[in-house]
Design a protein around this ligand. Sequence first.
Ligand SMILES: [Zn+2]
Length: 411
Amino acid sequence: MNKSGKLEVLIPRCLCEMENSDNLQIDEENFASVFVAWEKGFVSELKPINIENKKPKKILFPRFVETHSHFDKSFTVGEFPNLKSTYEEALSVNLEEHKTRSSRKVIERVEKSLNLALKNGYRAIRSHVDTYETQDNKIWDELFKLKKRYSSKLKLQFVALAPLELWDTPHGEKLAKILSKENCLLGGVLVPPFRNKAKLKYLISNILLLADKYKLGIDLHIDETTVEPGAGIKILLETIDRLNIKVPITCSHLSNILSLNNNQILNLGSKISEKDIKVIALPLTNFWLLNRKDKSTSLNRPVAPIKQLQKSLVDVSIGSDNVQDPWYPFGNYDPFYLMSLAIPMLQLNPWERLTLSAIFLSPSRLLNLNWDGLLKKGCPMDFVLLDAEKWADVFSSNLKREVFINGELYG
Ligand SMILES: [Zn+2]
């Protein structure tokens, strides 16, 4: 197999690290012209190209990292549609789907998702997996087998997404022990309005202590609503302070804090960053599901305020969330679909470092991957190569791409 090659390409300047960059040609959209060569699957040479009128006609991106998906329910929308397109209806249809769930069906959906993700240019995925008391634990054995089978091409990380109450049962503790052997995370939902705050505080303490006991991380769907801005994150922060423990925590969504004022967001951001809590903004499902009005159009949608959070030094990633299920009926495990929608939607400039950091670098840190995603000498030749010369080409719908995995062309 040929694991060597060479290319002249454009790459966003902030995604490329080189020793001698004095002559580096950088265009107005911050693409740098570089020569890259690789041997045995690793980048062996990287240098500036500095010849006038000879700008490369290809763009190189590191393979992508998906920080938040739900591949156990992907592609169920045909059988379980949510034609009202509301959060409440999604939940109710989701519970209907659970009644017909089997390990075989779940594995089929996961495999379909992973094959698409590979073809489209992902190198790692964190996915939530619906978890409930009556569920057969055999599903986890199947998922772990799949994780192993794909491991040379795609790194997988699972979050057991359960009602918080489940982590307070013997079944929950047994599962936490199983998950700890496979580098999984505990998951839950923390969405206001909260009816019984005392009970909620108890349940949050409990999941934190359980995670601490088994050295697990936590990833919560938190504040994914329009009401009570920041109610969930505030209870979480108070509880962490009270227990004084250090568990790796991810807050997925954190949408409603957008309606706090700017100072309040920045203050909350400092506390989030102080506790090293990572945040995932999920604009697609938020824009689709939340604050929906029957008879009027509103552009008032809550989504994690990326820029303010980054200003407070919070490590923010952008993720996709659902694919063709009752929560979001579109999507295809394609990072370019996500970028094409999310970047204009959130008014993020693709030529800026912080934007690309939320797409490439923060996600690599979140999943604790071996490679940070920067093109440099010695890094794996794990890249997506596009027939493109500018950002407008990247966001066009007829994109020709080639995916390199360990220096070899995939597919
Ligand atoms: Zn989700």
